[in-house]
Design a protein around this ligand. Sequence first.
Ligand code: ATP
Length: 330
Amino acid sequence: MAAIEVRDLVKNYNGFPAVRGVSFSVEEGEVFGFLGPNGAGKTTTINILCTLLSPTSGHAFVNGYDCTGEPGRVRSSIGLVFQDVTLDGELTAYENLKFHCYLYNMTRRLTEERIEEMLAVVGLWERKDDFVKNFSGGMKRRLEIGRGLLHRPKVLFLDEPTLGLDPQTRFRIWQFIGGLKEKEGSTIFMTTHYMDEAEVCGRIAIIDNGRIIACASPGALKNSLKGDTVYLKTADDGRAQVELEGKFGLASKRLESGLKLIVPNGEKVIPKILSGLAVEVNEVNLKKPSLDDVFLHLTGREIRDEESAAGGERPKAERGRKRVARMIMR
Ligand code: ATP
């Protein structure tokens, strides 16, 4: 049984097609990345999977339960970490987590054990008795992620969970999530704008304008570009350019300093160039395609847009709209 099964999913907002016939499945224990530019339909799809939103048509199943027909069963088998903070500022960190354990019917002993473990993981044990309203944005985010993991869900949904966190905290959180997958076999469904996080996925689906335009492992996606970039710095770039064309049939581009070539297999081409060129080569660099390159190639846009590059804050109206939609669905 697939952990997540989506068939021909469609969501229209007042006639606007946000999701236009999406199908995919996620195996148990898989880390599945869902990437796309802003407005591509990621959050809408996640909200349907988490039973916060009803689809216009199509089907979605999580842990074998129908997201439309069996929302209660879906909810009890998943964990959610969203972009927006949903903690209660008037409660302490410990109380926020305790409340979550209570909702999931966890025993008192398990509650204490898990809260202690989780507060240590997210680095907030020392602050457990402080009111959340006095926490920084990063601290709230860490606590939110810890809360989503408390009941060890079979499927964990992470919608840009580490947005705006410092690299050290991101590293610790991913280390923990990786461990959770190993220990508990949890399935992880995530969106992110950080490409290093997307690299941890077994497979990645790229969604654009409400449609999935690619779905494969990070390696396969990168290989699909079929082009390595080679940077050369020589004693005479003009002459080297002529030689590359004449001897190897390789077109190159003059940079401010050096040459740039796109070749199918850099490791094989570089030794031939080095031994075949009469011009002295001073420096050579090989760049394999990255997931950023794949994303740019497929969508025509950079994954890290101005919004996330500016510190991870979403426009207020947008955040408000999503939060209100979620509250209504609850
Ligand atoms: P982001 O990366 O910015 O979070 P996303 O891929 O999660 O984007 P969605 O939030 O799913 O995209 O939005 C998909 C499209 O649907 C966008 O054009 C968005 O403006 C629109 N949309 C989302 N929610 C609503 C709503 N409640 N009412 C009307 N339009 C909406």
